[in-house]
Ligand binder design. Sequence first.
Ligand code: FES
Length: 345
Amino acid sequence: MRKSTEWIAVAVTATREVAPGIREFTLEPEGGAGAYPTGSHLQVQAVIEGKGTIRRYSLIGDAPRDGTWRIAVKREDTGRGGSRYMWSLPVGARLQVTYPDSHFQLSRDASEYLLIAGGIGITPILGMAMTLKRRSGRFHVLYLGRSRTALAYLDELHALLGNDLHVFTDDEGRADVAAEITRLDAEGEAYICGPLGLLEAVRRAWQHSGRRRDRLHYETFGSSGRFATKPFTVRVPRLGVTVEVPAGTTMLDALEAAGVGVLSDCRRGECGLCQMKVLELSGSLDHRDVFFSDVEHASNHRICACVSRVSGGTISVEPAWRGDERLLSGPELRASRLVACAAPA
Ligand code: FES
């Protein structure tokens, strides 16, 4: 089994638009594409404004196709730059990626499965639906988006699932996720990937239903929040560092660029590894993670630096203690990222 922290070269062998603003990339690894568990992603080395960074993209489908892996990337013109970098890649481009890894695996023993995808969140859910179909499992899929034309892989899903696919768009009405959770078998599980608002609605409905917490599984984009994305200032008093965080950069990336070593893994607000103690705050804290509970968010005592932000203000934080008080150089930071990626989520 190859390690998910090992980097390998892949070639982009094909691209195609699977919905407006969503491009699928076919990637051929040197040595062939290995099998992968459901919910797997690749880490991809991207270059944004001349600096190397890492993005994660879910694999499409439940198995390699013709020796290749596939990912799909939604173009976000006002995002942090990862999607713009991916969209700039022509067929023939070469990339460094990790072997597939999954923190979002489908169990084998639930009596029924509810799969929920919001927009580009269909990417891990599609492979789960294929796996459950092959297993003849009891399941259905809720697929939510602005309009049918905005939904990637819709024809493929219709052909695969028929009446087990339920589509909800702005024109056709909203999904009643609370009712869907109520209807789910007592030993059932739910898997959801989508924007933060959808995830929180499902989490609240799940909690309200009294179901076991470990039977709700989720993955998020880690980019949507309650406030508009604005620049803000972050201070680390222990290191004497003050950093401006532009609108298109995360607090984690800005701190790392300033030489502050911060542990991280998912970089999507899921694992909690990048959490920092909030020492002082002016402005509104825009929690965009799914790691902390509603109560923890309301207290504003901690922040996940990889996704959460301050809406117009300043924050002073104490990063997790790494045993080094000095600022790190570029190579040291890169090494620290690999150590962090090997840590359990
Ligand atoms: S790195 Fe996982 S929550 Fe920030």
